[in-house]
Structures are given as structure tokens and as C-alpha cells.
Design a protein around this ligand. Structure first.
Ligand code: DX5
Ligand code: ZN
Length: 213
């Protein structure tokens, strides 16, 4: 019998209607968690939303919130996100020289801690951190925008990373260009959490989340 491993789906609110977030949240009841793309226009060439908007989202959903920090100085965001009450925080390995310290800072606040890497970053750089991480976020597009094409180079990274899951007990997230076309292959390659923006928000959200699962 196949292993009964539950794949989690995390819709990315970057693709939602920002003028109607309350209704959008209601339509996402089938999601396992909500992915929040926090961009500062420095680490990536785009600017999204900050603490007041994240607080408003927190006040309107009980789903776990997954903050993906695409920012310089991610250290400066963690305390405030803890006060708002997010359940997951990932930061980019490329954005800090103190990744080990920051992982432990996040975990000490009772939040699941993840490290994200860009498509051009070698996955082996994560090796010293695998004993510390709750999850790894592999970008399958260059961060900054939704709706980009999926980069298959992520499969080689999954092949490297997945065998370490047994020893170190972490989850793998893939983010960017995820759809019903690649979800099955990604899960077979070891992905636990599928982040999807444009795929979920075009059409019936519940149906799209169901297709990913
Ligand atoms: C890109 C973001 C992604 C993005 C995914 O910088 O990190 O979370 O919203 O969007 P799609 O699924 O449309 O590629
Ligand atoms: Zn993201």
C-alpha cells in the first residue's frame, strides 16, 4: 500500500484580490495554510504588504500563516511577526550571514523556521542547517512575482535534499509555477508543502486546491 503522506497546500495570497481579502479568505477554507509573500523592494524588485495587512489577515482566518520573507535584514521582521501570531517563517539564505542564529531565534519564539533558496543557489549550502530547520523552501521561480514559469532545476535539488528528511525530520516546500501539471511529480520527489498562487486563484479555489492534493 502507498505511504499515506498528506501533502499540504498553501495558496499564495500574492495572487489574491487585495481589495477583497476578507472574501478571499472565506473562499480558501480548503487550504492547509496560507502563504504570505513579504517583499521589501530591495531583496526582490517588488513590494507587497507589511505588518498591518498581515495583522488584518490574522484577524480574519484561523488557518496557519506562513510568512515567506523576501527581504533584506530578515532578523528585523521576526519579533513583530511573532506578536501577530504567524505559525511559519522562512527567510532567504542569500539575505543573511547569520542563518543558523536566525533559525534558532525563530524557533525560540515557538514558530516553525524555514530557510529558502533562490533557483541559482546551490542546495548543498543548506546541509549544515538541516539539523536545525523545520522546513526548507526551494524556489522554483526567481522570487519577486507570481505567474512565472516553473523551473525544473528544482528536481535535482529535491533529489539531493529528500534523503536527508529521514534523519533530520524537516518538511520541503516548493514555491513558484506549481500547478496540477507538476504537483504529482513534486510530491513523488519529496515535497510536503505545495505553494501555489496563480493556479489556485484562477477558477474555483476549492476545486484547484483539491486538484493539487
Ligand atoms: C514568488 C512568490 C511565490 C508566488 C507564487 O516570489 O514567492 O509565492 O506567489 O506564485 P505562482 O504560483 O503564480 O508562481
Ligand atoms: Zn512565496
Amino acid at each position: 500500500m502507498a505511504e499515506d503522506k498528506k501533502t499540504l497546500v498553501a495558496p499564495s495570497l500574492l495572487a489574491s484580490d487585495f481589495c477583497d481579502l476578507k472574501q478571499e479568505l472565506k473562499k480558501l477554507a480548503q487550504a492547509d495554510m496560507l502563504h504570505l509573500d513579504i517583499m521589501d523592494n530591495h531583496f526582490v524588485p517588488n513590494l507587497t504588504f507589511g505588518f498591518p495587512v498581515i495583522q488584518a489577515i490574522r484577524d480574519n482566518t484561523k488557518l496557519p500563516l506562513d510568512a515567506h520573507l523576501m527581504v533584506e535584514r530578515p532578523e528585523d521582521y521576526v519579533q513583530k511577526l511573532a506578536e501577530i501570531g504567524v505559525e511559519y517563517i522562512s527567510f532567504h539564505l542569500e539575505a543573511t550571514v547569520h542563518s543558523h542564529r536566525l533559525l534558532n531565534q525563530i524557533k525560540s519564539l515557538g514558530i516553525k523556521a524555514g530557510v529558502a533558496i533562490n533557483p541559482g543557489t546551490a542546495v548543498s549550502l543548506l546541509q549544515p542547517l538541516l539539523a536545525e530547520v523545520d522546513f526548507v523552501l526551494l524556489m522554483s521561480v526567481n522570487p519577486g512575482f507570481g505567474g512565472q514559469s516553473f523551473l525544473p532545476l528544482v528536481y535535482d535539488k529535491l533529489a539531493y535534499l529528500a534523503p536527508y528528511k529521514k534523519k533530520h525530520q524537516f518538511q520541503i516546500q516548493v514555491d513558484g509555477g506549481v500547478s496540477d501539471k507538476n504537483a504529482k511529480d513534486l510530491v513523488q520527489a519529496g515535497v510536503d508543502i505545495l505553494v501555489a498562487g496563480s493556479f489556485v486563484f484562477r477558477g474555483d479555489y476549492s476545486e484547484k486546491i483539491g486538484l493539487l492534493k
